[in-house]
Write a protein that binds this ligand. Structure first.
Ligand code: 3PG
Length: 307
């Protein structure tokens, strides 16, 4: 009998776990859970005899892969798979997958929760501003960017997008204005929402020079990854520009500096919360479970991210 492990330092909603269990058991497999673990050693121990692994942002390092003697497939229930050591998976013949799009709406809604919070001066009682009529730049027009665009139009924002991997015609078809460079996006838009993955090309790419191009009252919203931000650059820019605010679903390493120097101009969720809705957990968890069943039953490798 195949053994499936759900290892989530930040657990799924109980309803999602129940549905994953149902799918796994209906396929004739067994499910075990490792939730809220505090050390990677616990994960190393838990993977020893499992055939499939479902994780969220949990680090599936070379050590984890090495410790998983029977592992055939790991599915990151979510979009970004920068937490998986793909080389280690490939060299051990382990298939790695993600579940793109399944938690995108949840992330997009959080973008607007944070934007309204900041536009209303963090609800401090003073007169804030509205989003209607303001320019929003979407940096990378993937699944989350698409939902952000739809919601932004509902707010009456003027929406721009930059994505070198997406045809302008497709962006235009959604009523969004494509721009041809990051510089153009940042110099045009008061609000910029980041949706780029963290990889060698994007790490620390959001720097002071780029951000300084943003117009008066600039607000950067990061629900992507903290690694794409040049944190020192952001601090330097916020020291120079009192009108700049930074909202992030991922607390930066230098959080104490923000607390000391920029009160009212930042907001960081205590834990990555973008995908933390019951709906997103169910969508991503169920997709992961179904992908594993299809892989074992039919050899289906749709959504494989390693070669
Ligand atoms: C993703 O890449 O899917 C999101 O960042 C969500 O990550 P999480 O599952 O750890 O909340």
């Amino acid at each position: 009998m195949k053994k499936i492990l759900v290892a989530t330092e930040k657990p799924f909603a109980p309803a999602a776990v129940a549905q994953i269990k149902e799918i796994v058991e209906a396929a004739g497999y067994s499910l075990s859970l490792l939730e809220k673990y505090s050390s990677p050693h616990e994960l190393n121990a838990a993977v020893a005899d499992v055939n499939a692994l479902i994780v969220r942002s949990d680090k599936v390092s070379a050590e984890v892969v090495a410790a998983a003697n029977e592992l055939q497939i790991v599915v990151r229930a979510g979009a970004g798979f920068d937490n998986l050591d793909l080389e280690a998976c490939t060299s051990k013949n382990v298939v790695a997958m993600n579940t793109p799009g399944q938690n995108s709406n949840a992330v997009a809604e959080l973008v607007f929760g944070m934007m309204v919070f900041q536009a209303r001066n963090q609800f401090n009682g003073t007169a804030g501003t509205e989003l209607r009529g303001k320019k929003l730049g979407i940096h990378a027009y993937g699944n989350v960017g698409l939902y952000v665009a739809k919601i932004a139009k509902g707010f009456g924002m003027e929406v721009y997008a930059f994505d070198p991997f997406v045809d302008d015609a497709r962006i235009k078809a959604d009523g969004i204005i494509p721009v041809s460079s990051v510089e153009e996006l940042y110099s045009t838009c008061q609000y910029v929402s980041l949706h780029i993955p963290a990889n060698d090309k994007t790490k620390k790419s959001i720097n002071a020079d780029l951000l300084d191009k943003m117009p008066e009252g600039a607000v950067l919203i990061n629900t992507a990854r903290k690694e794409v931000i040049d944190e020192e650059g952001v601090v330097a820019l916020m020291e120079k520009r009192a009108d700049f605010a930074y909202l992030s679903d991922i607390a930066p390493d230098n959080m104490a500096v923000f607390e000391e120097k920029f009160p009212g101009r930042f907001f960081f969720t205590p834990k990555k919360m973008g995908a933390q809705t019951s709906e997103a957990n169910i969508n991503a968890g169920v997709a992961a479970a179904n992908q594993i069943v299809k892989f074992f039953k039919n050899g289906d490798e749709t959504f494989r991210v390693n070669k």
